[in-house]
Design a protein around this ligand. Structure first.
Ligand SMILES: [Zn+2]
Length: 323
């Protein structure tokens, strides 16, 4: 133990601070080290390994708060006077990059809700510390003000079950606390079984070879290892289907890159390295595994950095499942 008493490094629960505690002001939040900056909604940097805390205060019209799950809009591009989005957000903005780093590191983020958020999940006044969440997804989208925004899905720690983890929202929006749907366990078990069947089928068709690099991971005992990536995510707000044409057989490295937007697949099925913009080869296909191009397009658009006016109009007419 090299650190001095307590050793609080800024991440996780602040010693002595209980979930549910209410603070009258941002100054009080800052003094208690629950959320240090007085103005910024995101505290933390990518260099430190992610965000320490965020404030959900209702200022961003694109935010969605379901209690255990929050869709949080990133930082930047807003007119401070009106609060409206006036230009595209940038993923390299330090707060946004910090939230991506949180997704990668898995470090929990303290969530503080302000009084102006969604009524049923927000305090009547002041700011309430609502505990620890993890960032489990991020994507770009066109916001209500027609500019590109980055969004982050945060899930309350301790709320995810093994099956939720596997299905990533095949159960869709979480049930309100204390009101589980009837037969929920049965439904989860059935969905889980079907999901594994789809995944196995896709891997077997490709003989466990990665559809991007072709590698086959062999294990003693004559076994092979591969992963199945959903192209359009199953969880909210993507709500993709759990079926073979929405799945790819990938090695773990390409699965991670695909899920984090490091690679996308274009209309001609070229695999694009999104950091360099260049193709790293053609997606490997099998005649018994149809890959749906619409889902590939959906995935591509999740990680685009810029939009044009025409794109904005196009996307307006399709279901981005805004509610
Ligand atoms: Zn691979």
């Amino acid at each position: 133990m090299a650190s001095e008493g307590g050793g609080f490094n800024g991440y996780g629960a602040v010693p002595g601070i209980a979930v549910g505690r209410i603070y009258p002001s941002r100054e009080a939040l800052s003094k208690a080290k629950v959320h240090r900056p007085l103005m910024a909604g995101i505290c933390g940097t990518k260099a430190r390994g992610g965000a320490e805390s965020i404030v959900v205060s209702g200022g961003y019209p694109d935010d969605q708060d379901y209690g255990e799950v929050i869709i949080y809009t990133g930082h930047g591009g807003r007119d401070p006077a009106t609060g409206r989005q006036v230009k595209d957000q940038d993923l390299t903005d330090s707060g946004n990059a910090a939230l991506v780093a949180s997704r990668i590191s898995g470090r929990p983020v303290r969530v503080i809700r302000g009084a102006n958020g969604v009524f049923e999940h927000s305090p009547a006044e002041g700011y309430r510390y609502d505990g620890l969440f993890v960032v489990d997804d991020h994507w770009s989208s066109i916001g209500l003000d027609r500019f590109l925004i980055w969004q982050f899905r945060l899930r309350q720690l301790g709320q995810e079950s093994e099956s939720d983890e596997v299905l990533r929202g095949a159960t869709d929006i979480p049930m309100p606390a204390g009101n589980p749907a009837p037969n929920r366990n049965e439904r989860i078990a059935r969905t889980l079984a079907r999901s594994r069947e789809v995944a196995e089928r896709v891997k077997r068709v490709h003989n466990y070879a990665c559809q991007i690099c072709g590698i086959v991971l062999e294990i003693p005992g004559g076994l092979r290892y591969a992963e199945t990536a959903h192209i359009r995510g199953l969880g909210h707000p993507h709500n993709g289907p759990d079926q073979p044409d929405n799945a790819l057989c990938l090695c773990p490295s390409h699965h991670a890159l695909f899920d984090l937007g490091g690679i996308t697949i274009d209309e001609s099925l070229q695999v694009i390295n999104e950091t360099s913009g260049s193709s790293i080869g053609h997606l490997r296909l099998h005649r018994r595994h149809h890959v749906n191009r619409e889902y590939l397009r959906y995935h591509r658009e999740l990680y685009r950095q810029r939009i044009s006016g025409a794109d904005a109009l196009l996307t307006d007419s399709e279901s981005r499942s805004r509610r």
